[in-house]
Design a protein around this ligand. Sequence first.
Ligand code: MIG
Length: 816
Amino acid sequence: MEENILNPDIQVPLIEEEEGFRHLNNPADGIKPIVKKYLAIPNHVEQAGNKFYFTDGEAKVEAVVITNEIIRIRLAPHGVFLEEFSYAVPKAEQKTAGFKLQETTDEYRISTPNINCHISKKDFFISFSDAENHVTSQDAVPMHWEENIQFGGYYVYGTKVCHPQETFFGLGDKPTELNLRGKRFTNWNTDAYSFAWNQDPLYRTIPFYISVNENIAHGIFFDNTFKSHFDFGAEENTKTSFWADGGELQYYYIHGPHMMDVVKRYHILTGTHPMPPLWALGYHQCRWSYYPESKVRGVTKGFRDKKIPCDGIYLDIDYMDGYRCFTWNNKYFPDPKKMIADLTAQGFKTVVIIDPGIRVDDSYSVFKEGKEKKYFCRRCDDYFMEGHVWPGRCQFPDFTNPDVREWWGGLFDELVELGVAGVWNDMNEPAVFGAGTFPDDVRHQYDGHRGSHRKAHNVYGMQMVRATYEGLRKLMKNKRPFTITRAGYSGLQRYASVWTGDNVASWEHLKLGNIQCQRLSMSGVPFCGTDIGGFSGEPDGELFTRWIQLGTFSPFMRAHSAGDTKEREPWSFGEPYTAINRKFIELRYRLLPYMYSAFWEHHRYGFPILRPVIMQEQDVLSNHFRQDEFTYGDKILICPVLEPGIASRKVYLPKGKWYNFWTNELVSGGQEVDVATPLDTIPIFVKAGSVIPEYPVQQYVGELEIEEVKLNVYYSDFEANSFLFEDYGETFAYEQDIYLEKKFIVNGLKDALTIQQSLEGLYTPRYENYYFSVMGLPFKPSNIMIDNKWLTNFTFTNNKLEFRHPKNFKQIKIIK
Ligand code: MIG
């Protein structure tokens, strides 16, 4: 016993002396946190429409039939689900032909016409199978959770069996091999300046992966915005796990069997990219920063003088007054309206950067208004979240509040008035100097569903660019806005394009950028590109040119560089580089109608724009490890050159027949071929049977009235379809069916080739004629019959048949 110094009459027991002593008001010692608790035995099922609820007595599992190929699973450790809300999936509508629940002695089984979800009665394992009862995904252990003592709630875990030959793809922008097997990742949006190979995490959170096993693909979309983790057989070769630091264990099983089906179905959930303005598919020139105005005028003049096509010109943070968003530095840019008008007259579209940090400054209207309206984020104890970024001490709008988004969207009115055509959202991970990002205890409105920064962090950037896109869309009336974001979460493609962030001028980064763009494409982020040339560091002429060549086939094509680097325009490296850079940028402009059509296929049907070889041929196991080649759309195969000084490189061509784009030589696929790679070319092949539409070279979109579209037809001895999408290129009229989707069917015999055309939609292009260029005919053509009339005017030289014809034909027959 010890004396109580305040009241010596009271004897205080010494804890060490009295074994088993417990303070009565603090029984915590007896309570153990829940360490990895697993679902037990399901004893019950209830059905409510397309939703099924299973319970082990305490925890509840919900299975929802979304479509015939998509089922969503949710876990509530204590039987209470959160309100349904997702930034990624605006509405998980039910679209299914029918489903049923069956119970056997071993399992509950929910079946749609195409898939089954099995809940094992013995152990609550959940598995999925296809209509042939082939099991595609199965739990390795039941879903489980662990108490998060520091923050409350649970860490939630799902663990699936990982098969010996199973391979994994997706997850957005991870800077590593295309195939994710054997690797582990974290998703927590991070400003990752000069990131390195294998660095993780980077800027975006796309918690969606595609598995391929025994030639059957399925996807898992783990829709959880907390910090999340994926392990593809890294810790244990036989297990694939995904887990998060909080929130619900909620995932969508998305059936294939082809990877393409999985990607398309992921887009059913999360939406597709709206059609961009056509000019946004042109070349963009950026730098940190072009200022003052004379510099901007000098650079843009450089493009026109040197006849290098360019559409986008960017203003990085120095255009602002002290980095205050929505202001102008009047010294550098005394008359932005005039400058932008002049640029517009020369065909340039001005894109300006906007960051989330708003300078704390009561004389600055944006800050004042945000402060008055209580739009800035607060810590949980009610202090404003303050942090240092470019403008100095800043506060940050809570973009998860719909009122804030509405306000933010409206702030662009002046910029739109000045003629700005696009907005670039940077630093929206969110990035804060020193601390990296916001503290965990920052509160977010989360569209009325409340959340700490732990829950809102990964969606902050997406909601910022959403506010930007939606605001611009209103302000620009019926014109399509162009937006680009650095950070994002699944579904960001509904609002913006992305660039891969602060890469480095190195050959390794060229290689990495090629993989990242393919990965983003197959992860539901189609409109993506890298900083051509590398953001930090100095490329030499060869690296820059090889990067322009890759960038020509990136959906988003922009050169960008940091402020402390040498000039970085396509002509900065002298000859022969300038001429080659021009040749490729011109090629991009020639292929615009093809690229625009590929974009439409994405927008309307959910196809990715870039498709790694494995998506062309997933049944060939070696393709699961190929990551250099990809197709742009489904007709043109690109194999960039990713090493210095090489005279040739190996290219794998999927089965079928391919034409060398440069020589028109016909090559058989299903094999690797060796292709010469002088600096002025990269290997490009066109699938036999393709119709590749082509525009004349323009210095910018809209420079020329298109008077004729060239159709490059590549003979095939089988039937092949191609599509051409046409519309105004800058309005939302396509939403009212004011577009034209043309389908060409090419089919060849030994002595004939037919080309058929059919049309859908209400748009009428202004041009009258097609100019046909037919390659690969195995015979010398002597007659051409078009819609039952003979065409006499054609030429046949160097195995190329060329002729002109009014655009509205139905059938062309080329005869030996
Ligand atoms: O802290 O706006 O990734 O593209 O040029 C750097 C300046 C902020 C990072 C972006 C980069 C941009 C730069 N920004």
